[in-house]
Design a protein around this ligand. Structure first.
Ligand code: DAH
Length: 357
């Protein structure tokens, strides 16, 4: 019995892995194991022999079983340790440069625009992207039959069965934020409202979701001259040129009177855009003096207050400034494109620090 004990205790101690340990268990205390066979021999013994051998054999069996269990646990711990060592990862290490994310050009340009207008005293206002048709159309002097409604390729939401209320729309422009801000803040005010807008349209220069920035200034005495100065300051700062020439073209928007579309002088020599020189004109925004009906809808007295407003495509000015040819690529989430056109996270645009790289 002592030989058996010594043999198995040393074999168990030397077992290399759980499979080897399992073989030893079968060999020693399995159904036909050496110790089990010995226990079977108890039946053939005399009563005295059995009384002496029985407890010793049982003790031996217990000892082997607990040696097996202890070794099994030790082997399990060692396997876990090895795995933990293999899969070890220091999450405090800096990310690898090739994995670095970038700031999307739309975000960057929105920050640039915000920095420029903030410098001229404009605060940032927001409104919902799912808008009532009153805010998106009626309050902006676009009645139900107006062609502008049809032209905007509006996305409508569905009302429930039997619900006769007009459906909500995905806002087709940022202009409804004008109404909401005037209602909430009253006059005077000076805001820009950058954000997402939606129209059912898709080609090189149109995507169903795109970005606009709205501008609105309400004062007792404010005119197109103020609008012109503000826009000139903006264009100079945004395109980082000393001089620009703006062209105001008479136009029509239901929410402004008079209305103007604004072009900037530019050249496309050699396929690259230069702002401020050349013989071409580039349309960048719509604008005008806020229509008295729009002021009235916003509970502002049109005999005491007037204002200018403008709306500009953020994606469009981003394409122009950074030479990005296809609008659709903005929203493809192609990492190679983002790495090429994106901005470093710490490139925060400020007027003093520089707006672009
Ligand atoms: N909301 C117009 C559009 O989406 C752009 C616009 C034109 C906004 C004139 C204005 C404005 O505030 O005065 O096309």
């Amino acid at each position: 019995m002592d030989d058996l004990r010594d043999k198995y205790i040393s074999l168990i101690a030397g077992a290399a892995d759980e499979a080897a340990l399992e073989d030893l268990r079968v060999q020693a205390v399995g159904k036909k194991g050496e110790i089990s066979l010995k226990m079977r021999e108890l039946g053939k013994m005399s009563a005295e022999e059995r009384q002496a051998a029985g407890p010793r054999l049982n003790a031996l069996k217990d000892e082997i079983n607990s040696a097996l269990a202890a070794k099994k646990e030790a082997l399990g711990d060692a396997a876990l340790d090895a795995r933990l060592r293999g899969e070890w990862l220091d999450v405090t290490l800096p990310v690898r440069p090739r994995r670095q994310g970038t700031i999307h050009p739309i975000s960057q340009v929105t920050e640039e625009v915000t920095a420029i207008f903030a410098d001229m005293g404009f605060a940032v206002a927001e409104g919902p992207q799912i808008e009532s048709d009153w805010y998106n159309f009626d309050a902006l002097n676009i009645p139900g039959h107006h062609p502008a409604r049809a032209e905007m390729d509006t996305f409508y939401t569905h009302r429930g069965e039997g619900d006769e209320r007009p459906p909500h729309v995905l806002r087709t422009h940022t202009s409804p934020v004008q109404i909401r801000t005037m209602q909430e803040q009253g006059a005077p005010l000076r805001i820009i409202a950058p954000g997402r807008v939606y129209r059912a349209d898709y080609d090189m220069t149109h995507t169903p979701m795109f970005h606009q920035v709205e501008g609105l200034a309400i004062e007792r005495d404010i005119s197109m001259a103020n609008l012109k100065w503000v826009l000139e300051e903006f264009v100079k700062a945004f395109f980082e040129v000393d001089d620009v020439e703006l062209r105001f073209r008479a136009s029509h928007f239901p929410f402004t009177e008079p209305s103007a579309e604004v072009d900037i002088r530019c050249s496309w020599e050699g396929g690259t855009l230069k702002v401020g020189e050349g013989d071409d004109w580039l349309e960048i925004l719509g604008s005008g003096m806020v229509h008295p009906k729009v002021l009235e809808a916003s509970k502002i007295d049109p005999s005491a207050w007037q204002g200018f407003a403008f709306g500009m495509g953020i994606d469009r000015i981003a394409m122009l400034k950074y030479g990005i040819p296809d609008l659709r690529a903005f929203f493809d989430s192609d990492l190679r494109w983002l790495r090429h056109y994106g901005f470093a996270a710490l490139d925060v645009p400020t007027l003093r620090g520089g707006l672009s790289r």
